[in-house]
Design a protein around this ligand. Structure first.
Ligand SMILES: Cc1cc2nc3c(=O)[nH]c(=O)nc-3n(C[C@H](O)[C@H](O)[C@H](O)COP(=O)(O)O)c2cc1C
Length: 226
């Protein structure tokens, strides 16, 4: 036992130093998902081997490459989504904006595999361009993916997908790119907590030869508002 606290204390008077194995899995889950925030949400649509639709949110999700683009999501345990991507090798990561947050959350219900979450949540399946699973019409963007690998990680299975097609709603496009405020993404925090985007600001990215070389340590740090 090398942890400073045996269980999560109500108040933390000294720094928490934790060996994960010393806390119940559920407490480590709340700690990790409370620290690694905000997380984007992939609303993952799939088909099972017989062609039945499935839709479920996954916030263990991110983009990990762009040429060609790849995304990952992770299933904690074996769920319909994971079974389906293993059976078919395809999924769509629909991005979740605030206007669909309630429908997204509802699709996390533990529906039996034969139930269609599109129907239950009242969202519209529309044909994808490059994969068989439909995308969600109400999503402002969708990433159609081909599974390239699944990787075991603890109680999770990471699904790596190559993005084969990208759909973006004109409503989120401004000045040549996606406008974050128009996309209005739902940000997952721990448990039942969520957030939406706050202030958006810019911070220039420095280059060694252009900005830093020849200066003193600390002198060339770009400041907010520069
Ligand atoms: C916002 C949100 C994010 C979630 N993220 C994940 C996740 O990353 N991995 C996971 O296994 N389950 C996650 N869940 C729970 C699944 O959505 C839930 O277990 C769902 O019933 C799985 O559906 P399926 O069996 O059709 O795949 C999340 C739930 C919510 C509400």
């Amino acid at each position: 036992m090398t942890s400073s606290h045996e269980t999560p204390p109500a108040t933390l008077d000294t720094p928490l130093e934790l060996t994960p194995a010393d806390w119940p899995s559920r407490e480590v889950y709340f700690l990790m998902t409370g620290l690694v925030i905000p997380r984007p949400i992939a609303w993952v649509s799939t088909l099972d081997a017989t062609g039945r639709r499935n839709l479920a949110p996954h916030s263990y999700f991110n983009v990990v490459a762009h040429d060609p683009p790849h995304v990952v999501f992770s299933s904690s345990g074996v769920k319909d989504t994971l079974r389906n991507v293993r059976a078919t090798g395809e999924f769509v990561a629909n991005l979740v904006s605030m206007e669909v947050v309630e429908a997204m959350n509802f699709t996390s219900t533990d529906f039996p595999p034969e139930e269609d979450e599109f129907t239950w949540a009242g969202v519209t399946p529309v044909p994808s361009r490059s994969v068989a699973p439909p995308r969600v019409a109400e999503a402002r963007a969708a990433l159609e993916c081909r599974v390239v690998e699944t990787v075991a990680a603890g109680n999770g299975t990471i699904v790596v997908g190559e993005v084969t097609h990208i759909s973006v709603d004109p409503a989120v496009w401004r000045d040549g790119r996606v406008d974050p405020q128009l996309l209005d993404p739902v940000c997952r925090l721990a448990g039942t907590r969520y957030a939406r985007l706050g202030e958006v600001f810019q911070l220039p990215r420095p280059s060694w030869s252009r900005d830093v070389e020849g200066t003193q340590p600390g002198a060339a740090i770009p400041r907010l508002g520069d």
